[in-house]
Design a protein around this ligand. Structure first.
Ligand SMILES: NC(=O)c1ccc[n+]([C@@H]2O[C@H](COP(=O)([O-])OP(=O)(O)OC[C@H]3O[C@@H](n4cnc5c(N)ncnc54)[C@H](OP(=O)(O)O)[C@@H]3O)[C@@H](O)[C@H]2O)c1
Length: 268
């Protein structure tokens, strides 16, 4: 199992904006795209991909099943609808977007639905998102070891998720960091700005390089071609142990995504 370390996110982007963002990203060399049923942009993402000159087999495409589609009768059909919108016959990774609200569909039912999608070759890999340690343990108990490819969770220099990342590492579950830039909030941080100046880099590159150095995948989004281009170069930025120690101290439980009725009890 492998997940690309760098991709482009598409949350909040719709219409021509998301078409342009994905088109720019693919032109610049991004080869992984992250979308979700609830983003309501799979058709536009699919259009941008189909109009690009990137071969499907060179692209890593992720979507996420929305909570309304967790029941046995809905999960696989909803993924087929996503594939239709994305103009492809498989995705590389399908995630459960959030744990089921109030357990209205059992974890077993939707994890088995994901397994069924994989068996039908609708998705190459399966994973979870926004799962805490306890729910991740339950999911592993259902599908077995080394089946869950990743847990996609909010992580940034302000929210370092040490307990959950350590646990995921122990289970051989890859960590994907979403909102690594804390939706732009960390970009004003004076310590990150100092590190950026030291390396003649941007603050966004420092935050992304921090996550990559910890072994996480990142999927920053941008509506601007110049930001997409410079973010990608974070892969070439090598932070030293002094930089990493300074960023370690920026932890402040700075969670930005905590929706009522969906968020689990986080491992803080
Ligand atoms: N699994 C989940 O529940 C979940 C939740 C949230 C997000 N995600 C995924 O993670 C992706 C990333 O999260 P996100 O898009 O919310 O936030 P993000 O990547 O942390 O930040 C995106 C914001 O940062 C700005 N930005 C990006 N690069 C920049 C740069 N080099 N300099 C200055 N500003 C920059 C963008 O503005 P400009 O457009 O102006 O560049 C945008 O406002 C999402 O798109 C989505 O695919 C998943």
């Amino acid at each position: 199992m492998s997940i690309p370390s760098f991709g482009v996110g598409t949350f909040r982007l719709s219409g021509q904006t998301v078409i342009d963002s994905v088109t720019n990203a693919l032109e610049l060399g991004y080869r992984a795209v992250d979308t979700a049923q609830i983003y309501d942009n799979e058709s536009e993402v699919g259009l941008a991909i189909s109009q690009s000159n990137v071969n499907r087999e060179d692209l890593f495409l992720t979507t996420k099943i929305w909570v309304d589609n967790y029941s046995k009768g809905k999960l696989v059909p909803s993924l087929k609808e996503s594939l239709n919108k994305l103009k492809t016959d498989y995705v590389d990774l399908t995630l459960i977007h959030w744990p089921a609200p109030d357990g209205n569909v059992s974890l077993r039912e939707y994890m088995e639905g994901l397994m069924e999608a994989k068996e039908q070759s609708l998705t190459k890999q399966i994973g979870i998102s926004n799962f805490n340690i306890e729910l991740t343990k339950q999911a592993i108990d259902i599908v077995g070891d080394n089946i869950i490819a990743t847990n996609q969770i909010e992580l940034s220099p302000y929210l370092q998720g040490r307990k959950i990342t350590e646990f995921l590492k122990s289970q051989n579950i890859h960590v994907t960091s979403y909102m690594t830039l804390a939706y732009g909030k960390v970009l004003q941080d004076s310590a990150l700005i100092d590190i950026a100046n030291k390396h003649n880099a941007t603050t966004a590159q420092v935050a992304l390089a921090w996550a990559i150095k910890l072994g996480y995948s990142v999927i920053p989004s941008s509506t601007k071609r110049e930001n997409l281009a410079s973010n990608l170069l974070a892969q070439k930025l090598e932070l030293d142990s002094d930089d990493m120690a300074k960023i370690y101290n920026l932890e402040r439980n700075g969670r930005k995504v905590n929706p009522d009725g969906l968020a689990p009890v986080w491992d803080e």
